[in-house]
Ligand binder design. Structure first.
Ligand SMILES: Nc1ncnc2c1ncn2[C@@H]1O[C@H](COP(=O)(O)OP(=O)(O)OP(=O)(O)O)[C@@H](O)[C@H]1O
Ligand SMILES: [Mg+2]
Length: 337
């Protein structure tokens, strides 16, 4: 790899009052011109890492560099290379879309004329030209996210940090945002994005890192992560009352124990030997007289990777908002309940 554009080494961040180890020795790096996807359940440390990289927060220890600049030693210089659209759109309700973007341009030290010109450009690119002179109060949630993204582009950043750019917006606007992100990357921008949507990571990210409890637990391309699951995955439904019995019965048949995906109500386990594992599973359950409602063998999805790694389905992790506040490690099987 050529010189990394983002380099993170052993970053630790503890929120002492809350007694939370938000980042527990994270290291990662990647080169320019890609989308790097950071996945993880609520409270994993994604936003904290973005805040460290964008100079909004100082790490307790470790080293972080963006575009060759040490973010702790030289935050002012680092900021000139960085764009950020946060998890919650940071826009002023009482200004128009254009005024919001111009204001950010001025913060980037653009002369007034240049700020106006640049605001026009980015608002056009992001599909907000027509709404540019309306106050943001009248904008929908999706428009606000786009405006926030527009503002983050004013300074022509080399590296763009997008914290859950599509959370809470409709599927149509999501696709529109994906196109905008793809265009930016085609134009040479490097993007680090966090997301709770695994299909988003699968579609957009050239590389993916999974973070949980402040630690990086996996890294690779989407395909590499899926390959780690060992070929195929078995997904099956059994009655709630026999679920634990079924998990027990399946012990030893696969490289991993069966994990329960609360959201889909299914049990999943890797099938290293494909249909042979499937046969063994059916036989084992039959021997124990555990009725199977349905069972299928399929290629692993990122969902399977996420479930296996974090012990929770992504949608489930999302529904868990606010709950995860301690950095207490879960058991080796990672089942939190
Ligand atoms: N300012 C703060 N003070 C105390 N604790 C904090 C603070 N910011 C974050 N935390 C805690 O640090 C941990 C990591 O939080 P962070 O916001 O980085 O997670 P996240 O992966 O972005 O989660 P989400 O998917 O919900 O956005 C959480 O346990 C959170 O409660
Ligand atoms: Mg976050």
């Amino acid at each position: 790899m050529s010189k990394p554009i983002v380099r993170v080494e052993n970053i630790v961040k503890v929120f002492k009052k809350a007694n939370v180890r938000a980042l527990d020795g994270v290291s990662l790096e990647f080169g320019a011109g890609i989308v790097y996807g950071l996945l993880g359940p609520n409270g994993a440390g994604k936003t904290t890492l973005i805040r460290v990289l964008t100079t909004l927060l100082r790490a307790d220890s470790g080293y972080a560099e963006v575009a060759g600049v040490d973010v702790a030693a030289d935050p002012t210089s680092a900021r000139t290379h960085i764009g950020l659209a946060g998890q919650y759109a940071a826009v002023d309700e009482y200004l128009t879309g254009r005024e919001n973007v111009e204001m950010v341009g001025r913060l980037y030290n653009l002369p007034a004329k240049e700020a106006t010109k640049r605001a026009d450009e980015v608002l056009h690119n992001i599909g907000l030209a027509e709404a540019a002179d309306r106050t943001v109060r009248t904008y929908s949630g999706g428009m606000r996210r786009r405006l926030d993204l527009a503002a983050s582009l004013v300074g022509r950043p080399q590296v763009l940090f997008l914290d859950e750019p599509t959370t809470g917006i409709d599927p149509q606007s999501r696709l529109g945002l994906w196109d905008i992100i793809r265009d930016l990357v085609a134009g040479g921008t490097t993007v680090l994005l966090t997301t709770q949507y695994l299909d988003e990571a699968d579609q957009l990210a050239n590389r993916i890192a999974v973070i949980d409890n402040g630690r990086l637990i996996a890294q690779g391309t989407g395909d590499e992560l899926k390959d780690q699951m060992g070929g195929s995955v078995i997904e099956l439904h059994v009655g709630d009352e026999v679920r634990d019995q079924a998990i027990e019965a399946l012990t030893g048949l696969s490289t991993e124990a069966a994990a329960f995906d609360q959201y889909r109500g299914s049990l999943r386990l890797p099938a290293p030997d494909g249909s042979q594992t499937l046969l063994n599973v059916v036989r084992r359950l039959d021997e124990r007289s555990i009725a199977v409602q349905d069972i299928a063998l399929h290629k692993p999805t990122l969902d399977d990777v996420f479930l296996t790694l974090t012990g929770r389905g992504a949608a489930e992790a999302e529904a868990e908002a606010e709950k995860v506040t301690t950095s207490k490690r879960r058991g080796p099987r990672g089942r939190s309940n």
